[in-house]
Ligand binder design. Structure first.
Ligand code: ATP
Length: 272
């Protein structure tokens, strides 16, 4: 693969269903090592875009290329060798042992390694995701947050070139949310993630795609994409960049504007 070639590239990607446009002419690219966050309000087309990028939904127009090759020419088995998806709809058999569930991530590689090696890779994925103590439990006995980690462990065991996450933090408490994304960042994998919690975007993402009403409104680094104007227009919240009171770092805070003060004489400079 040419080093300058993106790992994943979407060109003029559109999706329609029942005559309705769900995603309209989205072009973007993901380089190896990027962590792309797809953000936008409910119904903006984020999941539909993600599904086209990972090949589970065929675009109605445009195409996706993985390492320069059209994604639609990959079989499902080939896609699974390169891509892992942690979706919102995974419903594993609750009777499965956690280790067996995580080892399912090795199915695309079956026959390529010995059985004992496949098991070792699954155990290592459990270790990396902090789930080793739960190895012998059943999926049905896990909490929502633990199950989400188990899904991540299965995806890690798959050793994909690119990991797709659809709202990976929706069952997690605030601390577990940032821990999960921190973990994913530490893996050094190329990631495309739909995120709802805007406060997680800046620490996690190297690139941000902002969707609204089926269209891509911005595709840039977090600072360039999360402009005050765009975030106010799309989400109706203000972006504040503040110094941390005790640590040497900047905080990006999303604040629902106070209606009373927004009608007062406050100028934008006062919170920029
Ligand atoms: N198969 C389908 N048929 C008709 N409409 C659909 C279909 N799939 C999605 N939609 C609609 O397309 C729009 C975009 O859906 P999508 O799930 O991509 O949005 P989203 O940005 O991920 O939303 P959320 O943040 O609520 O999960 C929504 O209005 C949804 O109802």
């Amino acid at each position: 693969m040419d080093a300058s070639q993106p790992l994943l590239e979407a060109r003029e990607l559109s999706a329609t269903a029942n005559g309705q446009c769900l995603v309209s002419a989205v072009s973007l690219s993901v380089a190896a090592g990027d962590r792309l966050a797809i953000i936008g309000p409910n119904g903006a087309g984020k999941t539909t875009l993600l599904r086209m990028l990972c090949g589970t939904l065929r675009p109605s127009a445009g195409d996706v290329r993985f390492s320069g090759r059209r994604l639609e020419t990959f079989s499902a088995a080939e896609r699974a060798l390169h891509m892992a998806v942690v979706g919102q709809t995974d419903q594993p058999d609750p009777r499965l042992a956690v280790i067996d569930y995580v080892e399912l991530g090795r199915v695309p590689h079956a026959g390529l390694r010995r059985r004992s090696e496949q098991r070792d890779i699954a155990v290592e994925a459990l270790r990396r995701t902090g789930l080793l103590p739960l190895l012998g439990r059943t999926i049905g006995s896990l909490s929502g947050g633990e199950r989400q980690r188990a899904q991540l462990a299965r995806a890690v065991a798959q050793e994909p070139k690119i990991l797709f996450l659809d709202e990976p933090t929706n069952h997690l408490d605030p601390r577990a949310r940032s821990e999960l994304l921190e973990l994913v960042s530490q893996f050094g994998m190329t990631v495309v993630a739909v995120l709802h919690d805007l406060s997680l975007v800046t620490p996690f993402a190297t690139r941000v795609a902002v969707m609204n009403e089926a269209r891509l409104q911005a595709f840039a680094g977090p600072r360039e994409a999360l402009t005050k104007q765009l975030i106010r227009q799309i989400f109706g919240v203000d972006v504040l960049r503040l110094r941390h009171p005790t640590e040497d770092r900047e905080l990006t805070v999303f604040d629902v504007p106070n209606r009373a003060s927004s009608h007062s004489d406050l100028t934008k400079e006062q919170y920029s």
